[in-house]
Design a protein around this ligand. Structure first.
Ligand SMILES: NC(=O)c1ccc[n+]([C@@H]2O[C@H](COP(=O)([O-])OP(=O)(O)OC[C@H]3O[C@@H](n4cnc5c(N)ncnc54)[C@H](OP(=O)(O)O)[C@@H]3O)[C@@H](O)[C@H]2O)c1
Length: 145
């Protein structure tokens, strides 16, 4: 389980639609300790944008593989809309304070900020993603570094 406790009582961990172990384990522990929580990999590397399997050694491969089984309907939508829903899922998770989205394209910041301006995911959409994870996640789908 990725867990890094820093000098300011903060935790950085992965959490996204394809990596929900921390929502069940680490975030509760962090909340009980009053720790700030920063999320890495918040949009699951947008691994679903690859129509063909990436190289198994590729950074995004584990999420690509998990998403083949999770098969969230909303990932069939327009890419930007799907990224928005994935990012809002992560930031709607109780105990999450911030997220760092990786990108090689500076314009993503304004796009992602606009997507987040829609606010938290409606509870039914949030719970549908959690439920699908509980149904499909395999025992070795641990939080990634
Ligand atoms: N997670 C870590 O601990 C860590 C540590 C050190 C370095 N990194 C580096 O950070 C990068 C990935 O970040 P991450 O691991 O935190 O994963 P992430 O944020 O879940 O996903 C990053 C990916 O999302 C894409 N993306 C972001 N916004 C998008 C949008 N609006 N529409 C479409 N695609 C969008 C980016 O592609 P574009 O580039 O095309 O925008 C990027 O490939 C990697 O290069 C990794 O080596 C990560």
């Amino acid at each position: 389980m990725p867990f890094a406790r820093g000098a300011f009582d903060s935790l950085m961990t992965s959490l996204n639609i394809a990596d929900q172990e921390s929502a069940d384990l680490t975030l509760k522990e962090a909340a009980e300790r009053g720790m700030g929580v920063v999320i890495k990999r918040p949009v699951a590397n947008v691994a679903w944008r690859h129509t063909e399997a990436p190289d198994p050694k590729a950074y995004e491969y584990p999420y690509w593989q998990r998403l083949q089984k999770l098969k969230y309907d909303f990932l069939q939508n327009d890419l930007e809309e799907a990224v928005g829903k994935a990012l809002r899922f992560t930031l709607s998770t109780p105990g999450v304070h911030s997220a760092i989205v990786g990108t090689a394209n500076p314009h993503r910041w304004t796009t992602n900020a606009r997507l987040l301006a829609q606010g938290a995911l409606p509870a039914d959409e949030y719970e549908a993603i959690r439920a699908r994870w509980r149904q499909a996640a395999e025992s070795d789908w641990i939080g990634l570094e």
